[in-house]
Design a protein around this ligand. Structure first.
Ligand code: NAD
Ligand code: G3P
Length: 331
């Protein structure tokens, strides 16, 4: 399959960064943007200052507001936040061709149904070949051409290889995987644990507490992913442990920075108000808790994060409750 043209749906920070990735890999890039001012900024001044400030874009990267234009590309990347997937799939469906790759690059679980984006996309776009891009990658780093490595997961190994060759260049390495569910779940749920890690930092509980929290978060995310059909090996990789390490390790993460604000005493409402950018862990925490209740999965850290965000408990009470859980075997 020749994947020369890449259509990117969503010109937020990550969609714009992925446009630079595809361009660096030698692809023709068309970026679909929601806001008319983003389209003209990219086409006229080759910048997207609102979502990805300080980055000069290759003038060959073009933007459009038309789905029929972006759908003509060989490969489609879905990079709008997860709540827009159903609307986007509806707009694209008439144009999607049999076997056209549809690569999901957003991270999250649908709150209302608890379904993963790959499952929703497979149902709504049955002609498309669904794949997932996930892994430790801050848009600002990637757009500057700093090295990053990600997982490209798809049920068809040949497509995984093709996606990797279509998007990789020396600074950006795509490793293919056959475990779509595992890659997607790791990328979605690490955002919840990044909020928890941020709370530990904001409360100044110390480096030892943070290391313990992140390690127990990994145990929890692996338990959750395996219960939903992901493979443990995938969780140990870039899209699981890799992304957990990145997102719990830097306040550049929007999810971790939310946690820091909560730990410092701000309410969730205050901390989230006025944010133009997405903090996916908020909705993912709710989805995880609901799935865990139905399936009987133990997720004390995710439950604590959800309870703090929704104001059901205070940060102090959540910490006390986690620290007074019954002692148990580590494994
Ligand atoms: N930013 C990163 O470093 C990064 C890295 C990897 C994955 N992701 C994931 O990619 C996805 C997109 O994140 P992002 O960082 O590009 O988002 P962003 O916060 O930079 O941009 C928000 C996006 O939402 C759209 N939007 C904002 N308000 C809207 C509204 N009222 N109606 C409709 N659309 C609206 C914007 O057009 C834009 O595309 C998320 O799932 C995120 O978890 C982000
Ligand atoms: O800024 P965050 O917390 O949305 O994280 C961005 C990416 O998902 C990191 O891989």
């Amino acid at each position: 399959m020749q994947l020369q043209s890449v259509g990117i749906i969503g010109a937020g920070a990550w969609g714009t960064a992925l446009a630079t990735v595809a361009r660096r890999a030698g692809r023709d890039v068309l970026l679909w943007a929601h806001e008319p001012e983003t389209i003209s900024a990219i086409n006229d001044s080759h910048r997207n200052e609102v979502f990805l400030p300080g980055v000069a874009l290759d003038p060959a990267i073009e933007a459009t507001g038309r789905f029929n234009e972006v759908a003509t590309c060989d490969l489609l990347l879905m990079v709008r936040p997860r709540q827009h997937l159903r609307a986007i799939a509806g707009e694209l469906k008439p144009y999607v061709r049999e076997g056209q790759p549809f690569l999901i690059c957003a991270k999250g679980i649908e709150q209302a149904t608890g379904r993963l984006m790959s499952q929703i996309a497979a149902e709504l776009l049955p002609a498309a070949a669904i794949a997932v891009l996930s892994g430790p990658s801050f848009a600002a780093d990637v757009a500057r051409g700093l090295p990053a490595a990600v997982t490209l997961a798809t049920g068809e190994e040949e497509l995984g290889r093709e996606l990797s060759h279509a998007l990789s260049s020396p600074p950006f390495r795509g490793y293919w995987s056959g475990d779509v569910l595992g890659a997607e779940i790791g990328g979605a749920v690490k955002n919840v644990y990044a909020i928890a890690a941020g709370i530990v930092v904001g409360k100044e509980l110390g480096e030892s507490a943070k290391a313990g929290l992140v390690t127990r978060s990994f145990a929890e995310m692996a338990r959750f992913a395996v219960a939903l059909g992901g493979k443990l090996e995938t969780l140990i990789g870039l899209s699981g442990l890799g992304d957990l390490v990145l997102t719990c390790g830097s306040p550049k993460s929007r999810n971790m920075s939310l946690g820091v604000a909560l730990g410092e005493g701000m309410s969730a409402e205050e901390a989230l108000s006025g944010r133009l950018t997405v903090t996916e862990g908020v909705a993912t925490a709710r989805a995880m808790v609901e799935i865990a209740q139905v399936r009987g999965i133990e997720l004390p850290i995710a439950e604590a994060v959800h309870a703090v965000i929704t104001g059901q408990t205070s940060v102090d009470a959540a910490i006390e409750s986690l620290l007074s859980r019954p002692l148990r075997s580590e494994l």
